[in-house]
Design a protein around this ligand. Structure first.
Ligand code: ZN
Ligand code: ZN
Length: 392
């Protein structure tokens, strides 16, 4: 993106973060806003859609430390610039203080129907190079992040899913020029199509975006009904995504070149698919290991037993030696999660004694005589000794 396109766009405000926000804060803010305004979650809501595009663009710049630096630099330059004092470095504050783009356009503009700062500036400088002489340097498309939710078994075995994706794309109705089909944008007479007009301020001359065409260089008398003159509309496409076996909850998969289209012939951005894995009712996961908790009777641990334990697709016999402690974890080799790198996890079986809420007469009588039989046996000798020392 050329620095010129950034003039006046407040990406920080778009994401609701301060200009010294950490990359993590930026990411969090973006993810929240993108989720709230995602077109899939807001069908037909153009306000959400506009916001979605705006936060995506803001994130595309701020998430890239090199681009962010460039952006901050541009803001700093223009922050001390504006009509109030161009060319006096150090004379202005950083960030939003010094430069009021509204001054450039004059809030008193006749008919003044600007839809707000972000909206207005979004149109500056011909985003798609349709303005003839506007300098549309090639600009890599923004990266896009989206979410998918899959089942536990799909995460373990891998899956191929269709992914419906709404993203801004060149408007198919007008071909991106923003004019109603059959009509054409005309060259702006004020700036002769350059999108810029010269103005002098004291000893300094500088260019500012043309007010009449908002910097586009062209005027649209009859806007395209699909994109209302924006030249960009939201397109829904369906991609097939391969989720590799062994993917973990919250992991991101990168699909190169599947993000937003590039401008001026530049490469498309990447698509990041964040995978959310639904929990399994019985199995859990610890890295490559599959975990399961198996409830057992006290007597099974004391006397020893052989348990039949499910694996993801089959079952295994697990021998429990006599005298096994409650909470003990038994490892069954090679029955965990296979990853595409060839590693194979284990099945970890946690044994947990269940205490019956009530017993029938026969079991109760047996347990009472058991209690009697072990009455002389102290299960907690260290504690007894400690209590004795305290004279309890
Ligand atoms: Zn259109
Ligand atoms: Zn103009």
């Amino acid at each position: 993106m050329s620095a010129r396109e950034w003039i006046g766009k407040d990406f920080y405000r778009e994401l609701g973060v301060s200009s010294d926000a950490s990359q993590d804060e930026i990411k969090k803010a973006y993810r929240k806003l993108a989720r709230e305004n995602h077109p899939d979650a807001n069908p037909g809501n153009t306000e959400a859609e506009t916001k979605f595009k705006a936060v995506s663009e803001a994130y595309g710049v701020l998430s890239d430390t090199a681009k962010r630096k460039e952006y901050d630099e541009a803001r700093r330059l223009f922050g001390s610039g504006g009509p109030g004092g161009f060319g006096f470095p150090g004379g202005g504050g950083t960030g939003t203080g010094g430069f009021d783009i509204n001054d450039l356009f004059g809030q008193s503009t006749a008919g003044g129907g600007f839809g707000g700062l972000g909206d207005m500036l979004g149109n500056l400088f011909g985003r798609r190079g349709g303005g003839g002489t506007t300098a549309a340097r090639g600009q890599r498309g923004a990266d896009v992040e989206t979410d998918v939710r899959i089942d536990f078994a799909e995460a373990v075995k891998g899956a191929t899913l269709p992914l419906r994706l709404s993203s801004p794309a060149t408007c198919g109705t007008c071909g991106g020029n923003g004019a109603r089909p059959g009509t054409r944008p005309r060259t702006c007479p004020t700036c002769a199509g350059s999108g810029l007009v010269s103005r002098s301020q004291g000893a300094f001359a500088f260019s500012e975006p043309c007010r009449d065409c908002r910097g586009r260089g062209t005027l649209i008398d009859d806007p395209c009904p699909e994109c209302v003159g924006e030249g960009i509309s939201t397109r829904t496409r369906t991609l097939t995504v391969r989720i590799p076996a062994g993917v973990d909850d919250n992991q991101r998969i990168r699909l190169a070149g599947q993000g937003e289209p590039g401008r001026g012939g530049a490469a498309a951005g990447d698509l990041y698919v964040r995978v959310h894995v639904n929990p399994h009712p019985v199995f859990g996961r610890s890295g490559n290991d599959l975990t399961i908790t198996v409830p057992v009777e006290f007597s099974e641990l004391v006397l020893g037993t052989t348990l039949t334990v499910p694996t993801l697709e089959s079952k295994v016999s697990v021998k429990v030696p006599s005298g096994t402690a409650s909470g003990r974890v038994l490892r069954v080799r090679g029955k965990g999660i296979a990853k595409r790198d060839g590693t194979q996890g284990d099945l970890l079986v946690t044994l947990q004694v269940v205490i019956p809420a009530k017993l029938d007469g026969k079991a109760k009588a047996a347990l009472e005589s058991y209690a009697e039989a072990v009455a002389k046996h102290d299960p907690r000798p260290e504690i007894t000794a400690l209590l004795r020392d305290r004279g309890a």
